[in-house]
Design a protein around this ligand. Structure first.
Ligand SMILES: [Zn+2]
Length: 392
């Protein structure tokens, strides 16, 4: 039970600010004293009823004795004080409730232990409240949000350039069959690219036919065949993705890297379309002053094939260390789709006497190295935040 307090709400004969203040302080002092004496839910309920009961609770008495009796000119100020007081009293009574709840108390066997060890039960409850206290005003733990990796950012930029020209995006598996990765792209059976020196094969497939053996794709070109199998001409796709080669890691090579390839097939597609498309794309990527030029090259799946160079983006073609003083930088491989490739998808409308197409492919890391003037390709894969946060 709450010990009987001597406190009663006094009548006021003076409603000056000072008198009200001291009456309020006296009341709060009494409240705190009574609150300290609460150790159980039953005692808390008695406290609550004594202070907050609508009928004859001490707060109701304050209302009747102080506010209603206040002269007209003092009513406004007394009203404000009484309202503040109500909130304070309600808060103190509510806080007393949490300190009194039975479930915060230790069970009976622990009471015995505490009695033996001399620890007061009240201390234990307080300790538990203290240990479970949560300060919701503390600032949270800030986690760095991160940014897109520079390689993926450049890959997205390249894809966006071609999307703006009406290309759609194609995707395919990273584990491929020999058929899609080599055979259907016109690689002859003994082409050196199939050598395990160059290609990572999945182990334990000796019993399979060569064309069914699984490998990690060495380029994104298999998606060209997969797309043409599904979709008759015309086709315009770009294929971004991860590819794998059996290369040791050095300054400019990595066993895993990214490519963006493109394929356009339609009636009357010529080498001129290829040149115009790539020239436009390079200007979108590197700026309108960039020039392109094409050199004869060889790829099994294109005929004729070419390497495309861009005028040096560092010196503008004057010659510098980056372009080995040639004024040009080699950037990608391309060519007209070899009619032999169309033979593999002839059943789906790819008759090389009626349609033609071009294809191109570029290494995303290579372009990222150039664009951001990064010296070593490893930096892209080490996950070193000091390096990566420079792109934030
Ligand atoms: Zn240069």
């Amino acid at each position: 039970m709450v010990k009987v307090s001597v406190y009663t709400v006094p009548q006021l004969d003076d409603f000056s600010a000072d008198k009200i203040e001291s009456a309020v302080l006296e009341l709060l002092g009494a409240l705190h004293e009574e609150r300290e004496a609460v150790h159980s839910e039953a005692e808390w309920k008695a406290l609550r009823d004594r202070w907050l009961a609508r009928k004859n609770g001490l707060l109701t008495q304050v209302n009747d004795t102080w506010l209603k009796a206040a002269p007209k000119e003092a009513k406004r100020d007394v009203g404000l004080r009484v309202n503040e007081l109500k909130v304070k009293v309600e808060n103190v009574v509510e806080a007393a409730r949490w300190a009194s709840l039975d479930w915060l108390k230790p069970p009976n066997d622990m009471k015995f232990l505490f009695a033996v060890s001399g620890v007061r039960l009240r201390d234990h409850a307080t300790a538990r409240l203290e240990s479970e206290r949560l300060d919701i005003t503390l600032p949270g733990v800030k986690r760095p949000i991160g940014v897109k990796h520079p390689v993926l950012r450049v890959q997205d930029e390249i894809v966006a350039v071609f999307k703006a020209m009406g290309y759609s995006v194609g995707e395919g598996p990273e584990v491929e069959t020999d058929y899609y990765n080599f055979e259907s792209l016109n690689f002859p059976p003994n082409h050196p690219a199939r050598d395990t020196q160059d290609t990572l094969f999945i182990a334990g497939q000796e019993s399979k036919l060569a064309r069914d053996r699984l490998l990690l794709r060495t380029h994104t070109s298999p998606v060209q065949i997969r797309t043409m199998e599904k979709q008759p001409p015309p086709v315009r796709i770009v294929i971004p993705g991860k590819v794998h080669r059996n290369d040791p890691l050095d300054a400019t090579h990595s066993p895993v890297f990214h490519q963006v390839e493109g394929l356009a097939v339609d009636t009357n597609i010529t080498f001129c379309d290829l040149k115009g498309t790539l020239d436009d794309a390079m200007k979108a990527l590197f700026g309108s002053s960039v020039k392109t030029r094409f050199y004869p090259s060889f790829f099994p799946f294109t005929e004729p094939s070419a390497d495309m160079q861009v005028s040096c983006i560092f010196c503008g073609g004057k010659g510098c260390r980056k372009c080995k003083f040639s004024g040009w930088i080699e950037l990608l491989g391309c060519g007209m789709v070899d009619p032999n490739v169309f033979e593999f998808v002839k059943h789906n409308g790819y008759d090389s006497s009626k349609i033609s197409g071009f294809a191109f492919g570029m290494g995303v890391e290579r372009i990222t190295l150039l664009k951001y003037e990064v010296e070593e390709i490893q930096l892209f894969y080490e996950g070193d935040v000091r390096f990566l946060e420079q792109f934030a």
